[in-house]
Design a protein around this ligand. Structure first.
Ligand SMILES: Cc1ncc(COP(=O)(O)O)c(C=O)c1O
Length: 394
């Protein structure tokens, strides 16, 4: 057996591709969240991740969009990796800007910084650096690229770190997100910490945070009671769907019926550049209350992920052609990602043995039809999108 937990030999039971780390405290938090839960979560989050202020949003993508809008960045180029969640590119386009895609390095799936530097031009106003799968990028080099671009072109080039896979990951001992202008975190159910949905921006500069918060409060409505109810039901549904004893049914519905895809369509469509219908409502207090509980579990969650990654590193059988990911100090392992020569076959074989492997991320964004206007050749991103599987570290 090659997985960290025992596989179950029946097809009605299958080990989930991830399990949200939820306990009784998260369910208790659904009952009576305090009215000021969002501002409490912001303060606790800033404190936990070394920021002077944090500003909450309904989604990570909305946080990123709002930052660009609040700063009046428009019709500019935003440098970003070709291999990241498609919604990062959606947020750039919806903000009125243009993604400039940069290929990744196959060592750690992060944006290739030499190529990022070469892509900077007079229209560049921001660089989004995703610390993909929890591997910290060289934040000193990123900062230097942004500063140098600013000097060369006579305007600020903002460094936006996307820490959605890398809460608290460190680069040479310093937490990512504490360097640069702003950091983004996303809290959907598949993330290291969840707040049901939701996103957060963190800042070192309190005046900048104040400016973005003011913009948010002018442009996003308070969460409706309906949203609060819907989020509670979603968490209960997701906890059931990813529970090991019920996951066989979830998997069957996903593989054999269009039902789950229909349910999640409005939330995430790689090919449709739009936001979910409730994107203009702020984070709900109930989401913040769950986020607070998760924050208190952070150390245990990360320690567990690191142990699991080390276990796979030591024990996962890697036939010829398999490439395991690096083990790095400070990495948070949002996913344990392996490159395999024939993904379809490997996924089918593992499913037959009772383990559902994840297949994240299945596209290189510039290859998506919706991004035909921004197409550039990114061979490493294309390879990663076709050849990676991920093993559960949760
Ligand atoms: C790397 C990365 N950045 C940003 C986001 C956006 O998060 P959200 O779904 O909250 O908009 C995601 C989403 O999964 C992501 O994986």
């Amino acid at each position: 057996m090659t997985s960290g937990t025992a596989a179950v030999p029946g097809r009605l039971t299958i080990e989930p591709r991830f399990h949200p780390t939820l306990g009784l405290a998260e369910f208790a938090a659904l009952l009576t969240p305090p009215a000021d839960a969002v501002s409490r979560f912001e303060a606790a989050f800033a404190d936990a991740f070394g920021a002077s202020a944090a500003v909450a949003f309904p989604y990570g993508r909305v946080a990123q969009w709002a930052f660009l809008r609040a700063l009046g960045i428009d019709d500019a180029e935003v440098i970003m990796p070709a291999y990241t969640c498609s919604v990062v590119a959606h947020a750039v386009v919806l903000s009125g800007n243009h993604p400039r895609f940069v290929d990744i390095s196959l060592d750690d799936y992060n944006m290739d910084l030499a190529r990022a530097e070469a892509a900077v031009n007079a229209r560049t106003r921001a660089i989004i650096a995703t610390h993909t799968f929890g591997y910290a990028q060289d934040v000193d080099q990123l900062d230097a690229i942004a500063q140098q671009a600013g000097r060369r072109y006579g305007h600020r080039v903002w460094l936006i770190q996307d820490c959605s896979h890398a809460f608290g990951a460190t680069w040479r001992g310093r937490a990512v997100g504490t360097v640069g202008d702003v950091a983004i975190y996303a809290f959907n159910i598949s993330k290291i910490l969840t707040a049901i949905f939701g996103g957060m921006l963190t800042f070192q500069d309190a005046a900048l945070a104040h400016r973005v918060r003011t913009w948010r409060d002018q442009h996003l409505a308070p969460a409706s009671w309906h949203k609060g109810i819907q989020r509670r039901l979603y968490l209960l549904g997701a906890a059931a769907a990813f529970h090991p004893t019920l996951y066989g049914l979830t998997w069957w519905l996903q593989e054999r019926t269009p039902l789950l895809n229909r349910l999640t369509r409005s939330y995430h469509l790689d090919e449709a550049i739009r936001f979910p219908p409730d994107a203009a409502q702020q984070m709900a207090p109930v989401e913040a209350a769950v986020g607070m509980v998760q924050l208190a579990r952070y150390d245990a969650i990360i320690a567990h992920r690191r142990r699991r990654a080390a276990w796979y590193n030591d024990h996962l059988e890697a036939p010829d052609g398999w490439i395991k990911p690096p083990l790095r100090d400070g990495a948070t392992y949002s996913h344990y990602v392996v490159r395999v020569p024939d993904r379809r076959r490997v996924v089918a074989e593992y499913a037959a043995r009772g383990v559902h492997l994840g297949e994240l991320i299945q596209y290189s964004i510039p290859e998506l039809a919706a991004y035909a206007a921004y197409r550039v050749e990114c061979p490493n991103a294309a390879l990663a999108s076709r050849a990676t599987v991920n093993f559960s570290v949760s």
